[in-house]
Design a binder for this molecule. Structure first.
Ligand code: PEP
Length: 252
């Protein structure tokens, strides 16, 4: 089955307002042609999301928020609600990024609440899963991935699952320069697809876009993207420059 091909950039906590606009403008200018059906999503820092979404309107680029709270509103100082994400013009939200899980202590339960909240506000979730190095070394990778996937989508029906994107991001590969080999990533992607197939139906699993994330660069994208179960990438560091992000998006 032909699946969506998605190239996403997570800008994390980088860029000033003007730098964010310049980066978005540069990506917009170079993705008008030559990318076939590939979809491009950028996740700017929250304060710039609205301006970047406005700049990208009518282009090939969609915008997402890097995180949000699961409550609709309330006394949650410093947080961003799902309706605010929509108000900013974001189609997507990143949920359960490893930095949220391991730096800010986000749990599988939080991830599930955020997935449910995203759908309530008509936002499409990009859900990150991935094992720690010690979990991989102990042979626990599949167990961790299964738990994270099962928990993330508890209560989510097959119809909604068709709007989900999963990003496999082994924690040991994020921002470390240690990219997973294409074979290692492919094995994990195949396993995630199997877990989704067991939870839903074969067609749901077959059409699910699964992105790889973790030290993706122009010089390693080709080996990853040619794997059968890798439908695109979620890029951190290399998405902060127009040239390197474009080289990745335009991989043959
Ligand atoms: C990320 O932030 O999701 C990521 C994969 O970062 P990097 O590409 O820098 O490893």
């Amino acid at each position: 089955m032909a699946r969506r091909e998605i190239f996403a950039g997570n800008w994390k906590m980088y860029k000033t307002h003007q730098e964010a606009l310049d980066l978005a403008q540069g990506i917009r200018a170079w993705t008008t042609t030559g990318i076939g059906n590939r979809e491009v999503i950028i996740f700017p820092p929250a304060p710039y999301a609205k301006a970047v979404a406005e700049l990208c309107r009518g282009s090939r680029i969609d915008v997402g928020m890097q995180n949000m709270h699961f409550e609709q509103e309330g006394a949650f100082t410093g947080e961003v609600s799902p309706p605010m994400v929509r108000d900013c013009g974001c189609r997507y939200v990143l949920i359960g990024h490893s930095e949220r899980r391991h730096v800010f202590g986000e749990t599988d339960d939080d991830v599930n609440k955020k997935v449910i909240a995203a759908f309530k506000s008509d936002i499409e979730p990009v859900v990150c899963v991935g094992e720690l190095l010690e979990e991989r070394e102990k042979g626990l990778t599949n167990e961790v991935l299964r738990r994270q996937v099962e928990k993330a989508f508890t209560g989510i029906g097959a119809g909604r699952m068709k709007k989900v994107i999963i990003a496999y991001e082994p924690v040991w590969a994020i921002g470390t320069g240690k990219v997973a080999t294409p074979e290692t990533a492919e094995e994990a992607h195949g396993y995630i697809r199997k877990v989704v197939k067991n939870l839903y139906a074969a067609d749901t699993a077959d059409s699910l876009p699964i992105l790889y994330g973790g030290s993706v660069k122009p010089d390693n994208i080709a080996g990853l993207f040619c794997m059968a179960n890798i439908d695109g990438v979620l890029v951190g560091g290399a998405s902060l420059k127009v040239d390197s992000f474009l080289e990745i998006i335009r991989v043959k």
